[in-house]
Design a protein around this ligand. Structure first.
Ligand SMILES: [Zn+2]
Length: 89
């Protein structure tokens, strides 16, 4: 009976050793990934800092997946500006 208990304890220790390591790695990797991803406001794609096209619009730094998305966003902004000016005056 005591032998069985020791076996269970050793088995549990080994199980924890093997289970614990990959989990720690994954958590660390996820944290890194989250830190460096930005959401493209046009198409909703998540891009990393390295892949992102950074646009500086109205003092805000925005990250896009491609130049075409940046252009689209700029067009939308211009259209919205024109509409608001036209509506007020
Ligand atoms: Zn995009």
């Amino acid at each position: 009976m005591a032998k069985l208990l020791v076996l269970i304890l050793v088995g549990y220790a080994i199980y924890r050793m093997f289970k614990g390591r990959p989990e720690l790695k994954e958590v660390h990797r996820d944290a890194d990934r989250e830190e460096e991803t930005f959401r493209d406001p046009v198409c909703g794609t998540y891009v990393t800092r390295e892949d992102a096209v950074i646009g500086n619009l109205e003092g805000r730094k925005l990250h896009f997946c491609s130049m075409s998305c940046l252009e689209k966003f700029r067009e939308q902004l211009e259209t919205a500006e024109k509409n608001s000016i036209g509506g007020e005056k």
